[in-house]
Design a protein around this ligand. Structure first.
Ligand code: BT5
Length: 265
């Protein structure tokens, strides 16, 4: 493991292999680790998605990172932490790779002509009584490997090759994206967004940014909650980052759950 401070705010611990960077950071968070710890792994033996799903990635191919945040937030606002990381990652993809992903609520970055899954975010919380103590936000960004067969993923390197090939005078294959550069750019973008979590005005600006980048708005969505499923039109993201869905039975505000874009499903 290599450890280094970055930007005066982030302590990066880069591992050859861990079970899951989220699990690692959550364990340290429970033992009082300060905000700013970042775990990165070349390989995860038990990478996790949401709802006990797996996040797959061969060694050295993709960016797998988890950040420890300790913002003072109401439970209803926790989704803004996912948004802060997703938006910082989207900007980093744009700066480092020239790829402009959109956000699919709640936790995906989609990119390319087919809006394929480029990245996924997993936010996990620790509470002290009723007070939010820590949020561990993990992200997997597909840099060189587009995800397992059959799940419809994509990668930055594939998207760049596609875009180079479709230019009027096709250029040679661009060089592979550097994971460290992508991480540094993401953390630089996360620093400012983290500060916005501290006051109401900043949180509203973060929600504004999420609204601008959110491909789910205006789409018919199917929402799966624990023990319940419904279809409706995603009409808004509120200031807490929750998705507002108009259904035949009325308006629903969704703070968690799986959302499928029905048109693209
Ligand atoms: C997510 O879950 O999209 C959140 C993924 C978070 C992964 C990061 S990596 C660093 C940190 N440490 C961890 O242990 N986790 C975080 P979800 O929306 O549930 O999507 C999971 C589903 O995406 C799987 O069931 C597969 O169908 C698919 N999948 C798995 N690996 C993929 C990949 N590399 N690219 C695209 N899709 C993938």
């Amino acid at each position: 493991m290599v450890s280094a401070m970055w930007g005066g705010r982030w302590e990066i611990r880069w591992f050859d292999e861990v079970d899951s960077t989220n699990t690692y950071v959550a364990d340290l968070a429970r033992h009082g680790a300060p905000e700013g710890l970042v775990a990165v792994a070349d390989h995860q033996t038990a990478g996790r998605g949401r709802l006990d799903r797996r996040w797959e990635s061969p060694a050295g191919a993709n960016l797998l990172a988890s950040v420890l945040l300790r913002p003072v937030l109401a439970e209803s606002e926790i989704h803004l932490c996912t948004a802060a990381v997703a938006l910082a990652a989207a900007d980093a993809c744009s700066v480092v790779a020239g790829i402009e992903p959109v956000v699919k609520w709640p936790n995906d970055l989609l990119a390319g002509p087919d809006e394929a899954k480029l990245a996924g975010v997993l936010a996990e919380t620790e509470f002290s009584g009723a007070t939010l103590a820590a949020v561990v936000v993990g992200i997997g960004i597909n840099v060189a490997w587009p995800g397992p067969p059959g799940v419809g993923g994509t990668s930055l390197d594939d998207l760049r090759a596609l875009s180079a090939a479709s230019e009027p005078a096709p250029s040679s294959t661009p060089p592979p994206v550097d994971r460290r550069q992508l991480l540094d750019e993401m953390l630089a973008g996360l620093a400012g967004r983290r500060e916005r979590l501290d006051d109401e005005n900043g949180r509203r600006r973060l929600a504004d940014e999420l609204r601008e980048r959110c491909a789910t708005l205006g789409q018919t969505v199917r929402v799966a909650l624990a023990g319940e499923e419904f279809i409706g039109l995603a009409t808004a993201v509120d200031d807490a980052g929750c998705l507002v869905v108009e259904t035949d039975a009325g308006t629903r505000t969704v703070s968690t759950g799986d959302v499928v874009h029905v048109r693209s499903a």
